[in-house]
Design a protein around this ligand. Structure first.
Ligand SMILES: C[S@@+](CC[C@H](N)C(=O)[O-])C[C@H]1O[C@@H](n2cnc3c(N)ncnc32)[C@H](O)[C@@H]1O
Length: 347
């Protein structure tokens, strides 16, 4: 096993108070979009909350809070409609081919998929009976990681490869926190993005952009990202079960995003792996049918190499179900394991 990423050097890394708060905020259980409580009206922008820049050890860039004449994403009241991206144009071929976003939605019990996605999902369930649990474990980790980051003071998220924003996705966790935090979703799948834009249309604190995450400039300059998030302030960069679709040099991509984000920014990451012999191979075989993004599982050492610019919080890089499990849900209880997972702060 290669060199592992450094954990944060102290038991109390930056965000210690946040960590304590993170555990208090825990609210287990998936939500559906229909269950999302209304966002508080006219909540002040994220600058009203003390952010991670206040954490010891983080260095706020000079001038990051300088007043500007035009409303910035940070000063724009959350009740203002979110900036919208153009609706993506889905091609007929996209409807005829299974996609990772929609098969995943099917496995999670969502409704944003077609017959072709269900067919692949059913084949996966036969060849790999643990696949549904694996998808649920990954989403459950997403929720715990987002709750942790919210409690640490992160109040804006850039979610790479979001999938369909239902079944307990980021804005639903945020809604439960009543923090008013903002969420910019991105995905290359235009049908998932269309669903996302439709679902989020009434929510002033979330956007959905159809974009390839390999193009960092395109992501960071998209209206739904640059118009919603204040990139001069810390951002929670989320990359859950997506970097396996970046076959080459995913480490440089992670580094490029982190370099462009403000000090105090954080990363939540999970990554598909075939390290567990009970899973992986069957999933790889079936998902080779994805026309656009055949996944490349990575070993723990390879995932660790993606995290070299990040100070990980405890427990470091572990199986998704082992990352700060819910009280009453002992770590290591999962039948099938398919994702390595970690959360940390940009160095
Ligand atoms: C397994 S799903 C994970 C969804 C969500 N992040 C989660 O963990 O619940 C992988 C997602 O990554 C998206 N994806 C794959 N390659 C991508 C790329 N190059 N740019 C943006 N999204 C991508 C897929 O469309 C899909 O929605």
């Amino acid at each position: 096993m290669g060199e592992l990423p450094r954990r944060h050097p102290s038991v109390a890394p930056v965000g210690l108070t946040g960590r304590a708060r993170a555990e208090a905020v825990a609210a287990p259980g998936p939500l559906t979009f229909a269950a999302v409580p209304a966002q508080p009206a006219a909540r002040p922008g994220p600058t009203a909350r003390p952010g991670p820049a206040a954490r010891p050890g983080s260095t706020a860039r000079p001038g990051t809070t300088a007043p500007t004449e035009e409303p910035t994403p940070a000063t724009r009241p959350a009740a203002t409609p979110a900036p919208s991206d153009a609706a993506p144009a889905a091609t007929p071929e996209e409807f005829e081919q299974p996609s990772s976003a929609r098969v995943y939605d099917y496995l999670l019990g969502g409704a944003a998929h077609g017959a072709v996605d269900r067919a692949l999902g059913d084949r996966l369930k036969c060849s790999q009976p643990g696949v549904v649990e694996l998808a649920r474990e990954n989403r459950a980790f997403l929720r715990r990681a987002v709750r942790f980051l919210l409690a640490a003071g992160i109040d804006q998220f850039l979610d790479l490869g979001s999938g369909v924003p239902t079944m307990g996705n980021v804005h639903e966790v945020v809604a439960r926190s009543r923090s008013g935090a903002r969420v910019a979703y991105t995905d290359v799948d235009s049908i998932a993005a269309l669903h996302g834009q439709h679902l989020l249309a009434a929510l002033p604190t979330a956007t959905y952009t159809a974009v390839d995450i390999a193009d960092v400039d395109a992501v960071l300059s998209a209206p739904g990202v640059a118009g919603l998030l204040d990139l001069r302030r810390p951002v929670g960069l989320l990359a859950f079960s997506v970097l396996q679709h970046v076959r080459e040099d995913a480490a440089s991509l992670v580094e490029a995003y982190l370099r462009r984000l403000a000090p105090g920014s954080a990363l939540g990451l999970s990554h598909f792996t075939d390290d567990d012999p009970r899973t992986g191979t069957a999933i790889e075989t079936e998902t080779a049918a994805y026309p656009r993004s055949v996944p490349r599982p990575r070993s723990r050492a390879e995932v660790a190499a993606l995290l070299t610019g990040v100070d990980l919080v405890d427990p470091g890089l572990v199986w998704a179900d082992e990352w700060r499990p819910e009280p009453g849900r002992p770590a290591g209880g999962a039948e099938a394991r398919g994702h390595w997972a970690a959360v940390g702060f940009r160095q």
